[in-house]
Design a binder for this molecule. Structure first.
Ligand code: NAD
Length: 480
């Protein structure tokens, strides 16, 4: 067992307490396969307790001026920065990303909360002209009430901040449920809430299995909004649970982002951005490039350069070997799933250019892998891989590229490399994805709007539009 294999408690009503359930979840460091920590597997009773605490705190929090709520967010952000070492180490050990990436995630989480604090003086209602004389129509914007944030394991702290910031600034109270793979960082984060003396019950953190704890949260009648980031199958289950009470739901689900490289593209830029995207977090990012379409005239050059770039990516235990570019996958099951997809693609005619073998080292590692000769019928071009594997297909015309990119059940992010104005406009108008990056790397801005089309989800995160998801309206007709 690692020295930090400690037992965590849940955070309810401003205090760390034992869960009523004695069942625990082991958190394994995927880079070493050793036990890292243990958290409670919360029962429905624990869930009810957390939600009661949120409900009791909400009215006072709603009436706290938004400016003061923003000050709490700033305090939390400051303490995240002060505790970056412990938070980053916790993320790296429970999730397997490199310490450098975990530090980056932690600092971005703080910056994101600062961004949301800035909304304090900008959440406004509206005055609507009436059809009648002597009448005012006012539209108020109100918090929804109790918000449940159900989190994935790939960016445990960043996604936590992405949901917590807008939920709190708009006056909601929050129950956080981290993934059972990465719950320790959320409970380390809760120590910050205790330290800054956030009013009791404004944020509760409970841990447990999705099928028990998560389900109970989504079915609870006192929860007004469930916002989840996770897989499509989980999104479907949560939607069904939310149907019980017609609870509002926001689903940030999977992606299968295409990158299109035209003959006139800056190939070096595309190679650097796509490599960075595909190996970031070991390829376990909803928005990272999952498939590449390269135009015939530049295909040979691109394939040569991308293979060299992917081969140069170092990987290893990102805590012990901090210079590694890439860490490991979330667990061995994920390695086996990724490898099975690669083997199937090769059987179907894909050509392996690099990688493709599970390395004989400790931990859940998979090498950067490039597959050429792929086609849109292959599973590897249609289903989320969630690993550092790049399948590539050659195309001839702009229309063909657009059709191939859109031929997909997901619709989260997409990328285009070209210098041609007409191609840029065509894609901007007709791509069926919530985001299109042109001649840049694949990453969204705090002030943008990260929202998927098709099976990638409902609703969205970030920016003004993401923040407004956490509000409801009341229209008052005032006759005099
Ligand atoms: P997951 O679906 O396994 O779990 C997500 C969360 O849902 C976890 O906290 C889990 O415990 C909970 N959960 C599972 N079943 C539940 C149920 N029946 N009721 C309530 N809660 C339940 O997802 P994951 O494996 O942690 O994350 C990876 C997935 O997330 C990938 O598909 C990735 O593309 C997606 N993702 C999407 C975005 C986005 O912004 N669209 C961002 C990051 C990750």
């Amino acid at each position: 067992m690692e020295d930090s294999g400690k037992k965590y408690k849940i955070f309810i009503d401003g205090t760390f307490i034992d869960a009523s359930s004695k069942e625990v979840i082991d958190v394994i460091n995927p880079a070493t396969s050793e036990l890292f920590g243990q958290v409670p597997s919360c029962s429905p009773e624990d869930v009810k307790k957390a939600i009661c605490s949120c409900k009791a705190a909400q009215e006072k929090w709603r009436k706290t001026p938004a400016f003061e709520r923003g000050n709490y967010l700033k305090k939390i952000a400051k303490e995240i920065n002060n505790n970056v070492d412990i938070l980053a180490l916790t993320i790296a050990k429970e999730q397997g990303k490199t310490l450098k990436q975990a530090r980056g995630e932690t600092l971005c989480a703080a910056e994101l909360l600062e961004y949301h604090a800035e909304w304090a003086r900008r959440i406004e209602g509206e005055i609507i002209p009436s059809d009648d004389e002597n009448e005012n129509i006012l539209l108020y914007r109100e918090p929804i009430g109790v918000v449940a944030c159900i989190l994935p394991w790939n960016f445990p702290l960043y996604v936590l901040a992405r949901k917590l910031g807008p939920a709190l600034i708009t006056g909601n109270t929050v129950v956080l449920k981290p993934s059972s793979d990465t719950p320790c960082s959320a409970l380390e984060f809760a120590k910050i809430l205790e330290k800054i003396e956030l009013p009791k019950g404004v944020v509760n953190v409970i841990t447990g299995k999705g099928s028990v704890t998560g389900k109970e949260i989504s079915e609870n009648p006192n929860v007004g909004f469930v916002t989840v980031t996770g897989s499509v199958s989980t999104g479907q289950k949560i939607m069904q649970s939310c149907a019980t009470n017609i609870t509002k739901v926001s689903l940030e689900l999977g992606g299968k982002a295409p990158a299109i490289i035209m003959d006139d593209a800056d190939v070096d830029l595309a190679v650097a951005a796509i490599t960075g995207s595909r190996v970031s977090n070991a390829g376990q990012v909803c928005s990272c490039v999952e498939r590449v379409y390269v135009q015939k005239g530049v295909a040979e050059l691109f394939l040569k350069k991308i293979t060299t770039a992917m081969e140069a990516v170092t990987y290893g235990n990102g805590v012990e070997k901090p210079d590694s570019v890439m860490g490991c996958l979330i667990n061995h099951e994920a390695v086996n799933t990724v490898h099975a997809m690669v083997k199937k693609a090769i059987e179907q005619g894909a050509k392996l250019l690099t990688g493709g073998e599970i390395p004989k080292i400790r931990g859940a590692f998979y090498p950067p892998t490039v597959l050429a000769n792929c086609s849109n019928q292959m599973e590897i071009m249609r289903e989320e891989i969630f690993g550092p594997v790049l399948p590539i297909m050659v195309f001839e015309t702009v229309d063909q590229a657009l059709e191939l990119a859109n031929d997909c059940k997901f619709g989260l992010t997409s990328t285009l490399y070209t210098k041609n104005y007409n191609t840029v406009l065509k894609f901007s108008n007709d791509i069926q994805f919530g985001e299109l990056y042109i001649n840049r790397k694949q990453s969204e801005a705090y002030q943008g709007f990260h929202a998927g089309w098709k099976q990638s989800g409902i609703g969205g995160d970030d920016g003004k539009h993401g923040m407004e998801e956490y509000l409801k309206t009341r229209v008052v007709y005032m006759k005099y």
